[in-house]
Design a protein. Structure first.
Lengths: 324, 322
């Protein structure tokens, strides 16, 4: 495989609170190649959003701190960069699309003003050429009559249109890596389908490496190449989408897949995962899933398992899969 | 023997909201939120209602709950017209129809103990004394799988899934015949959703309660419901057996909706039906078939003739293709 665009090694982000240190990201490693989409799935509090914020060093300081690991973007460690260098990298090399488009857009500036700013910075354009390029970007995200829309304010656009504008800003450079954190969660179903199609199209055109955060496994099955399942701040299983869906190895992945109602497989009861998601301030000593795991043995409760390779690119962290 | 009366029968139910637009609010216009929909719900069964925001599913549920007065049409409960009920009849209806809403953080009063929250409907609607009420509260908490000591705690001491259990206990306090579930699991994490869906299914089996299940998670709706009604811009476009609608959708809009749901087999993805554009404004719904502006199978007469909701094989579909 060609060298990856982004290579994350043993990333650790801790949040210091009154109630103790929360290990929000606890030794996360993965890589994404150009043109590839990695899905990051997990429940709330599993650390998927904090992983994304750590990649661009936007964790909420001072409470949260990246305490270890490396984030290699085209071979350069982002965690070793100065804040000035990071400002050059955000947007230019790494684009981001977040869940709520209204919080990414400034309500008092027109779409055109907000879109011209990054375009002027990245492409050193001014005047007429700048406006033309901004309108081209809106056209690229399939916004009808783009030239007129430049004068619109965010509140005049629908949710889907706003998210397209955010998408246009994210690909203005275009970047090497696109991080999409639940970009379609606030959108209606048919609009969601349109947006996913658009993201795929943009990715192919610019050969973007994409990290797609979601809790919707239906979306993962449709647009991701590989998927990483997070639980308690760690990746418990990572592998090609097909392998994860066809032969999930980690008990949490298996339980998650069985807990979801699926079309065409009518069952009397859904399989449930007993208990609650873990309290990250009081993670157990061993595997974070052990208290809810039906297969847990004594060892699971005292010692955290390492990665076990199961197939090409398919790894899990579970004692069940460690050869004795 | 004739078949028993359905528990709930909705006929040509319509709700138009007047809105004032323009300077000084001169030109009144109508939002056709719900436009002449009809459906029935059998006792002890579940009807799933799906559709995107603005399709009228919440307005429909609010009319059934008596929170909104229909512009026209009829709602019949156990054969009696709800809109013409006398005081006593209305009391009975309100006791018999309860609701569980999406956000258990908003639907429970943070300053009330769980025992007070769950007992509130009993205080208002029954003559039970304090001891009998607290016995009933304990019973209800047990029914939804909460420990007895939960009664003395406040809502903030519970997780989202547990809060939804409290909301369900409150809804069941008066032994209702119909519970309107408006997105009951959307705010919950995946592993907790299954617990609540199982609980709702168990309660239906034990108590024989009917559900009107409103959600946008199509696989969950298909899992829970016996029948599914698909709404678009205030109208029902497809209505039939849940498995039939979910697995072989007929209306192009239903097809597009169910494309997004997780298939059983990742190697056999469902055929993708993409629709263009956005939902038109309900202030000025398109002529003819309301979906024709976005439909991939649009024909010339779709723009002029409104399709009726007709029997097509095993279900009702409003589309000129059938």
């Amino acid at each position: 495989m060609a060298s990856p665009v982004v290579d994350v090694q043993d990333l650790r982000t801790h949040i210091v609170t009154r109630w103790g240190t929360i290990k929000a990201v606890d030794g996360v490693s993965f890589s994404v190649a150009a043109g590839e989409t990695l899905g990051l799935v997990g429940e709330s509090g599993s650390g998927k959003s904090m992983t994304c914020l750590s990649l661009v060093r936007l964790v909420p300081r001072p409470a949260a701190r990246i305490v270890g690991g490396r984030v290699l973007l085209d071979g350069e460690d982002l965690l070793a960069k100065s804040e000035e260098e990071m400002q050059q990298i955000r947007g230019r090399k790494v684009g981001m699309i977040l869940q709520d488009p209204m919080s990414s857009l400034n309500p008092v500036f027109s779409v055109g003003m907000q879109l011209r700013e990054p375009v002027a910075m990245y492409h050193h354009l001014r005047g007429r050429a700048l406006t033309v390029r901004a309108a081209e970007l809106l056209a690229a995200v399939r916004i009808p009559s783009p030239a007129a829309r430049l004068r619109a304010f965010p509140h005049q656009l629908s949710g889907g249109m706003r998210q397209r504008v955010v998408g246009a800003m994210a690909i203005a450079a275009p970047p090497r890596l696109l991080i999409a954190d639940e970009p379609t969660t606030s959108l209606d179903l048919t609009i969601q389908a349109q947006y996913l199609g658009l993201l795929k199209e943009l990715q192919e055109r610019h050969r973007l490496a994409m990290i797609f955060v979601t809790h919707d496994l239906g979306i993962v099955a449709r647009i991701c190449d590989r998927v990483a399942v997070m639980y308690g701040g760690r990746i418990v299983e990572i592998g090609p989408v097909r392998a994860i869906f066809k032969s999930p190895a980690h008990p949490y992945t298996r339980a998650l897949l069985e807990a979801i109602p699926r079309l065409g497989a009518r069952r009397e009861r859904l399989t449930t995962i007993e208990g609650q998601p873990p309290d990250l301030a009081k993670l157990p000593a061993g595997c974070a899933f052990a208290p809810r795991c039906a297969h847990a043995v004594d060892r699971c409760r005292v010692e955290a398992p390492g990665d076990t390779m199961l197939g090409p690119g398919h790894a899990t962290r579970c004692w069940l899969h460690v050869p004795a | 023997m004739s078949p028993p009366d359905p528990l709930l029968e909705v006929e040509n139910l319509t709700k138009h909201f007047p809105v004032r637009r323009g300077l000084l609010g001169w030109t009144p216009q109508l939002v056709r939120a719900v436009d002449a929909i009809s459906f029935t719900l059998e006792a002890g069964s579940t009807l799933g209602v799906v559709g995107e925001s603005g399709c009228g599913k919440t307005t429909t549920s609010r009319m059934i709950l008596g929170l909104e007065r229909p512009t026209s049409g009829a709602i019949r409960f156990e054969g009696r017209d709800v809109l013409t009920l006398d005081r006593e009849g209305m009391r009975y209806y309100r006791r018999s129809v309860q609701a569980v809403f999406q956000d258990p953080y908003a639907s429970l009063d943070p300053r009330m103990r769980v025992s007070t929250i769950v007992a509130e409907p009993l205080v208002i609607n029954t003559a039970l004394d304090a001891a009998a009420r607290s016995r009933r509260v304990a019973e209800l908490l047990d029914l939804v799988g909460l420990p007895e000591r939960a009664a003395t705690l406040f809502p903030h001491e519970f997780s989202g899934g547990q809060r939804q259990r409290i909301a369900i206990a409150r809804a069941l306090a008066l032994e209702p015949k119909l519970v309107v579930l408006d997105e009951p699991v959307s705010a919950l994490d995946v592993s907790i959703r299954a617990q609540i869906l199982n609980l709702l299914a168990d309660l239906q089996k034990r108590l024989g309660v009917s559900y009107l299940f409103i959600a946008h998670d199509l696989a969950a709706v298909a899992h829970m419901s016996r029948a599914i009604a698909v709404m678009y811009l205030g109208q029902i476009v497809e209505w039939g057996d849940a498995d039939a609608v979910a697995l072989e959708p007929r209306h192009p809009y239903t097809k597009a909706l169910f494309t997004a749901a997780l298939p059983v087999d990742v190697d056999a993805p469902r055929p993708e039906v993409a629709v263009s554009g956005e939902v038109p404004s309900p202030l000025a719904p398109p002529s003819g078939c309301r979906f024709h502006t976005r439909c991939p199978f649009v024909m010339p007469h779709c723009a002029t003739q409104e399709p009726a909701l007709r029997m097509a094989g095993d279900r009702l579909v409003a589309c000129h293709l059938y």
